[in-house]
Design a binder for this molecule. Structure first.
Ligand code: SAM
Length: 289
């Protein structure tokens, strides 16, 4: 069977199965072989690798992944796509299709069962309506992870790799850069998808850091501080943190912590590096004990 990845053979499959796109599932299928090659190249796959693909659609990228990787686990929410996947992937005996919502599956369990707990590679053309929850879940579940190579909306990729002091810098930048090193692979125009999305896209690779920098409690506290700092963008850090009642920190405590770090009490969250956020969270956590 000819590999998928063109407008012609995508239309053929859609017509054969009378498939209608579901907007609510963020379905925009790739129809550009050049981009598909670039994504699988960026994932640096070998036959030793186990790949988790989120949202295989009609199986276009899954075919490319199955050719290069040892095995592929593809998790797809839309049950109408399952018979299509069984057809388009029938030539590959190293693909397992799971009909489930990626936000509800136990990914640790998949890594354990399918790859003996060794680091997996995640490759996906993500559904844009849940990009951030998916990325956060992958990181926060602390699965054995080599890298995540994903297509996301261009603005989201910009936020993931933003540096302090820029307009895109925020909680997502800090989380992504705490857990990984991001690298932009390529921009992708809307014409590479069917149907065309009304945004531009970017392929980004997040290479996982091997060890956690903090223990679980300190890590959870760090991200509560980060979220509170960016909840009210135009507020100073002192006000942002003191206004978050769940944190239970007083203005005075934040001011003392900032002073101890040699920072002005008028400082804003968007100017602080990840290292400084870690320092601040550690001081506040110790104060709060
Ligand atoms: N990988 C295919 C491709 O590149 O042509 C399809 C990508 S499309 C942007 C996103 C896919 O994710 C769709 O197939 C959609 O049904 C699926 N999807 C959406 N939400 C999902 C979820 N919560 N869990 C698993 N798959 C989901």
């Amino acid at each position: 069977m000819e590999t998928l990845g063109s407008a012609r053979n995508t239309i053929e499959i859609l017509q054969k199965y009378e498939f209608n796109f579901q907007k609510k599932f963020g379905q925009n299928f790739l129809i550009d072989r050049n981009i598909l090659e670039k994504i699988v190249d960026a994932a640096q796959l070998t036959k030793e690798d186990c790949v988790l693909e989120i949202g295989p659609g009609i199986g276009t990228m899954t075919q490319y992944l199955a050719q290069r990787a040892g095995n592929v686990i593809a998790v797809e929410i839309d049950n109408k796509l399952i018979p299509i996947l069984q057809d388009t992937l029938s030539d590959y005996d190293n693909v397992k299709i799971i009909n489930a919502d990626i936000l509800k599956v136990d990914i640790n369990n998949i890594v354990e069962e399918e790859n003996g707990g060794k680091p997996i590679k995640i490759v996906a053309n993500l559904p844009y309506y849940i990009t951030t929850p998916i990325i956060m879940q992958l990181f926060e579940s602390h699965i054995a992870l080599d890298s995540i190579t994903v297509m996301v909306q261009k603005e989201v990729a910009d936020r993931m790799q933003a540096q302090p002091g820029t307009k895109d810098y925020g909680a997502l930048s800090l989380a992504v850069q705490y857990y990984s090193t991001p690298e932009i692979i390529t921009g992708v125009p809307a014409s590479c998808f069917m149907p065309k999305p009304n945004v531009d896209s970017t392929v980004i690779r997040l290479k996982g850091h091997n060890e956690s920098r903090l223990d679980a409690a300190a890590e959870a506290y760090l991200f509560r501080v980060v979220r509170a700092s960016f909840n009210q963008r135009r507020k100073t850090l002192v006000n942002g943190l003191a206004n978050d009642h769940n944190l239970g920190i007083t203005k005075e405590a934040v001011k003392t912590a900032l002073k101890g770090m040699g920072l002005s009490e008028n400082v804003r969250g968007e100017t602080l590096t990840l290292e400084r956020f870690i320092e601040l969270a550690n001081i506040l956590m110790a104060t709060n004990k």
